[in-house]
Design a binder for this molecule. Structure first.
Ligand code: DGY
Length: 322
């Protein structure tokens, strides 16, 4: 049998590459320091048996059609897969896999970092110190909001939403959640399932943990922003397009939102300049899962999925799950 080739669309931790090589596959790495554009990706997938891609790769129908009949599996190094046309993959017989579970804690930790950073104005305070503006302790300097004992509203009670709720216990926070079904683990944590308008109207912190789908795109639209409790803090470590950015900017300017902690943006890496001009925004460059151990594990999982499928075995983490 001739050597099989795996395309890696952008640098991944070495451990993933070693797994592929150990399994006897030739690894073809995107030679550029940037991601492929859609046309380039369609060219690159033409003669490979598998692809390890990332959440920024446009794996659209055109790309998938170019990949068949040779390509058997697309393994994304992410939990989110809104960049992949699953229906086309399914029709064309290409297996798609992701990396669930391993980034839960890293993402929940970052969510917490954003809650603390926004409530306690860490971005502003740090910029102040670095600008050499600090002249000494002041009773009225950088007064922020409490985190402990405030109400946390979690939208989406999957793995990450639940891990965020677990952390809230240490801060004595009442928890509300919105989800399609009751979640026993959330109930055990004392969280109460409520309709979305109720969650928006009663939460001091609103944290988003739903995947981006046709149902969740712009879930926080103009109507939703009208329902948000005045002075709430919005945290988004999920996907930017869940939030209408123009409405969010307006809410941040008017005080409807006291602050926003954002790791993701609609149309990223572009970020509206109006957002970055606001001092009550803490803006991060999509680093929810960016710890060494988590990114290693994500690369490992993607590679293990490729090995499994190319060795004629079932994928370990198929989307949608079995
Ligand atoms: C994912 O995996 O979908 C995150 O957004 C990046 O870690």
């Amino acid at each position: 049998m001739s050597e099989m080739t795996v395309l890696v669309t952008r640098m991944i931790p070495e451990i993933g590459v070693r797994i592929l090589q150990k399994a006897g596959f030739r690894v073809r790495m995107n030679p550029q320091a940037r991601q492929y554009r859609e046309g380039e990706l369609a060219d690159a997938v033409k003669d490979v048996d598998a692809v390890i891609c990332q959440l920024t790769d446009p794996v659209r129908r055109r790309v998938l059609e170019a990949a068949v009949p040779r390509c058997k599996v697309i393994a994304t190094c992410a939990i989110g897969f809104d960049n992949i046309d699953l229906q086309a993959a399914n029709e064309l017989g290409i297996v798609v896999t992701n990396t669930p579970g391993v980034l839960t804690n890293a993402t929940a930790d970052l969510t917490w970092a954003l809650m603390l950073a926004t409530a306690r104005r860490l971005g502003e305070a740090e910029r102040f110190v670095r600008a050499g503006a600090w002249r000494g302790w002041g009773m009225l300097q950088f007064l922020g909001a409490d985190v402990h004992a405030r109400t946390l509203g979690i939208i989406g009670a999957g793995r990450i939403g639940t891990a965020v709720a677990r952390r809230a216990a240490g801060f004595d926070m009442p928890i509300l959640y919105h989800s399609r079904s009751d979640k026993p683990e959330m109930t055990k944590l004392g969280a109460k399932r409520v309709p979305l308008p109720e969650l928006l109207g009663q939460s001091d912190f609103i944290s988003l943990h739903v995947p981006l789908t046709d149902n969740t795109r712009y879930l926080l639209n103009a109507d939703a922003f009208q329902q948000i409790r005045r002075g709430a803090i919005l945290i988004n470590t999920a996907r930017g397009a869940i939030v209408d950015h123009a409405e969010m900017i307006e809410a941040l300017r008017s005080g409807r939102l006291a602050a926003a902690g954002l790791d993701v943006y609609d149309g990223e890496p572009a970020i509206p300049k109006e957002l970055l001009e606001l001092d009550n925004v803490v803006a991060l460059p999509h680093i929810g899962s960016a710890t060494v151990s988590t990114r290693n594990r994500m690369a490992e999982m993607a590679a293990e999925n490729v090995v499994s499928v190319l060795h004629g075995k079932p994928p370990i983490n198929p989307i949608p799950p079995d």
